[in-house]
Design a protein around this ligand. Structure first.
Ligand code: CAA
Length: 389
């Protein structure tokens, strides 16, 4: 692995483009996402109109090359945007993350030109939404144990099986589905197929009733003898598992940044509240018990932000970022849990009711330790990398 501990010319200054992207996301989050976020959470309502607007603003394909309809921005900008959106609405930001890093990046990097024109362009323009379908009832962390099958029928694959916990399950139009073509080859027999909503035999199943990110549209998907043209396979025969792993490596930068945003959103609310709320004759921020909580939150958030930005920087430099993205995700998601729990504590009784936002952020934080690889999976990735040297 390359030595990135000594970074010559280390520079923490953001470019004008990065600042503009961050500020646009901040404005959108505060002015458009915030007003309805409590209702959407309570009603488990997908932010359809808000996602449409995010697409029009270019956030759904922000890193895609402009020649495919994207924004051509770097991964640093993506981290900044994800943080700002996630401070307010993690149900909306997960759509931005999945569409950008799991679907658009996967297509742009590995699909052929015809597939890019047909599928990537509308996804990058935000005209369509994508979904990434790897998890199954019995294949979550153990992702090589795919039971969904894609039998080679000559000019098409016959797809059968069930996928679980699929983000954008109902709102997507384009689905990247991992399936086993040749079980004897193990993970080398897995393919990734581009499946369109409406293909006969493709059924969107039940919506999950979740603890957090309740505005996000999470479904079971069923495939019963779905005929998927061979032209919809990404890469060579058997490339599907490598595709999933490489794509998830970048996806983890998005989820790490989401966790960072959830943490910094909760921290900002706790900081503001601590300066208003009085107890024992002074604001609670004047009590060391609260001031020290704020100090710990600020320190951990800063560390999480640096890990996210470093992983993004490595990706932008075309250096290996597998370990860095896993480190960013495991750390930022744990910071999100600790920070949101403490933010509820700073708010006292008010923190336990919906009006003050922090209880939702605490519920939303939990998923960042689970999806796109649990904290335990991140530790597998990191430990294997450090042991390999
Ligand atoms: N890039 C390229 N190839 C990789 C890779 C990477 N980052 N990581 C692993 N691979 C390759 C390995 O080299 C190996 O190939 P070879 O045999 O040819 O060397 C192959 O993949 C299998 O890897 P392992 O032997 O390490 O497999 P394993 O079973 O021991 O463990 C794992 C792999 C890291 C645990 C993996 O299964 C994993 O990441 N699991 C978690 C899956 C996950 O993140 N799911 C999230 C679902 S998607 C989601 O949540 C999206 C959403 O909607 C928000």
């Amino acid at each position: 692995m390359q030595d990135t501990t000594t970074l010559a010319g280390l520079n923490f200054e953001l470019s004008e483009e990065q600042i503009a992207a961050r500020d646009a996301a901040r404005d959108f989050a505060q002015n458009v996402l915030k007003p309805g976020v409590i209702d959407r959470d309570r009603e488990q309502r997908f932010p359809a109109e808000e996602i449409k607007q995010l697409g029009e603003l270019g956030f759904l394909g922000m890193m895609v090359d402009p020649k495919y309809g994207g924004g051509g921005m770097d991964t640093i900008s993506y981290v900044l945007v994800m943080e700002e959106l996630s401070k307010v609405d993690a149900s909306a930001s997960v759509v931005v993350s999945v569409n950008n890093s799991l679907v658009c990046w996967g297509l742009e990097t590995f699909a052929n030109e015809e597939q890019k024109q047909k599928y990537l362009v509308p996804l990058a323009k935000g005209e369509k939404i994508g979904a990434f379908c790897l998890s199954e009832p019995e294949a979550g962390s153990d992702a090589t144990s795919q039971r969904t099958t894609a039998i080679d029928m000559g000019d098409h694959y016959l797809l059968n099986g069930t996928k679980n916990w699929i983000t954008n399950g109902n709102s997507a139009s384009t689905y990247l589905v991992m399936a086993q073509t040749d079980a004897a080859k193990g993970h080398k027999g897995i393919n990734c197929l581009i499946v369109e909503k409406g293909m006969p035999g493709f059924v969107v199943g039940a919506k999950e009733d979740k603890m957090g990110i309740r505005g996000s549209d999470t479904h079971t998907l069923m495939f019963q003898d779905v005929k998927v043209p061979k032209a919809n396979r990404i890469g060579e025969d058997g490339f599907g598992f490598t595709f999933a792993m490489k794509t998830l490596s970048g996806g983890r930068i998005g989820i790490a940044s989401q966790a960072l945003g959830i943490a910094s959103g909760a921290y900002e609310l706790a900081l503001a509240y601590s300066k208003e709320r009085k107890a024992f004759g002074k604001t609670i921020s004047d009590h060391q018990a609260i001031a020290f909580k704020l100090a710990d939150m600020a320190t951990e958030i800063e560390a999480a932000r640096l890990l996210c930005l470093k992983a993004a920087w490595l990706k932008d430099q075309h250096l290996n970022y597998d370990q860095a993205s896993a480190m960013a995700k495991v750390f930022a998601s744990e910071v999100a849990m600790r920070t949101t729990t403490e933010a509820v504590q700073v708010h006292g009784g008010y923190g336990y009711v919906k009006e003050y936002h922090v209880e939702r952020l605490m519920r939303d934080a939990k998923i960042t330790q689970i999806y796109e690889g649990t904290s335990e999976v991140q530790r597998i990735v990191i430990s294997r990398s450090v042991l390999k040297g």
